[in-house]
Design a protein around this ligand. Structure first.
Ligand code: MG
Length: 299
């Protein structure tokens, strides 16, 4: 099952998406039919999710094609347009990326022995087709990073690696847009990673029931149609069970939390000489099994 947040007739709704049929089904129809109140938004839906919904929603909409809305009639938003907490990110979590940036951001070529964490502010999130702001009053080194994003499904602390999948809700695509000069100038990465509009996300959430575990998806990023990043999520240094168990040690995960799992080689900073994003550049982040996330840099 694929879940999306959309704008439909001027209102924000959550829906199931049938990619093959180019259709969306507003989930409010399902809850109404059950005599239940519909979750207010994606965060509410995730927090109140019951495993049986996966089959029940598929069955309900399978018998009610009359309720379908053409995907063209809705505007896809970020799956969680306003996260409740900062987005947790992994730095240096693909070996080829560690090597390409050695020395540049003050780091070494050594593979991290423990996960490197930082966060992005919630105002960084934008949806598919939205504009990435250049912020040229404070940065001249805008860069892209395609990443698999994990959406947490339920509360948990001190989670064992073997239980990690139980805490996952699903997966989406994120672009960890980075202002490299700010990242370097301020030592701590928070500001360079947190400029407004610098976390495009979407186009929807692939529920975990539709994904293998561990997740092994091809991951790619194209700039103006040219492929720049290409790997597979099996190449993560710290895989999803390792991340969830390490992060949750003493840190409570909550439903709707978002974890960006790191980016493979091919970022602009790693090129010789570095190549940064400019006005009008088109970025397509693609992850097998999920889809594509397309955004343009502000003119
Ligand atoms: Mg990143």
């Amino acid at each position: 099952m694929i879940y999306a947040t959309v704008e439909y007739n001027g209102e924000q709704k959550i829906c199931c998406v049938d990619r093959a049929g180019d259709r969306a089904f507003l989930i409010e129809h399902f809850f109404l039919s059950e005599g239940l109140s519909c979750p207010a938004d994606m965060l509410d839906f995730i927090a109140s999710y019951k495993d049986e919904y996966t089959d029940e929603l598929a069955m309900f909409f399978g018998t009610r094609p009359d309720l379908a809305v053409c995907l063209d009639e809705v505007r896809l938003l970020a799956p969680i347009p306003v996260p409740r907490r900062n987005i947790v990110c992994l730095g240096k979590n693909y070996e080829d990326h560690v090597k390409e940036i050695k020395g540049i951001t003050g780091g070494s070529a050594n593979i991290p022995k423990v996960p490197i964490y930082f966060t992005k502010a919630t105002h960084t999130v934008i949806g598919p087709d939205e504009i990435i702001l250049r912020h040229d009053n404070c940065t001249e080194q805008l860069d892209y990073e395609v990443e698999l994003a994990v959406i947490i499904g339920k509360n948990g602390i001190n989670i064992l690696p073997e239980d990690a999948e139980n805490y996952v809700f699903g997966y989406t695509i994120a672009n960890d847009v980075s202002a490299r000069d700010l990242q370097k100038d301020h030592s701590q990465w928070f500001k360079g990673k947190s400029l407004k509009s610098h976390c495009p996300m979407g186009p929807w959430i692939l529920h975990k029931s539709q994904a293998p575990f561990p997740v092994e998806f091809d991951i790619k990023c194209y700039i103006n149609g040219e492929i720049r990043q290409e790997s597979n999520t099996r190449n993560l240094i710290f895989d999803i069970p390792a991340i969830i168990s390490d992060l949750s040690r003493g840190y409570e995960l909550q439903p709707g939390d978002i974890i960006l799992t790191g980016t493979p080689a091919g970022v602009g900073l790693g090129a010789v000489p570095p190549v940064f994003l400019g006005a009008g550049d088109e970025i397509c982040c693609a992850i097998e099994g999920i889809g594509s996330l397309f955004n343009v840099v502000e003119e």
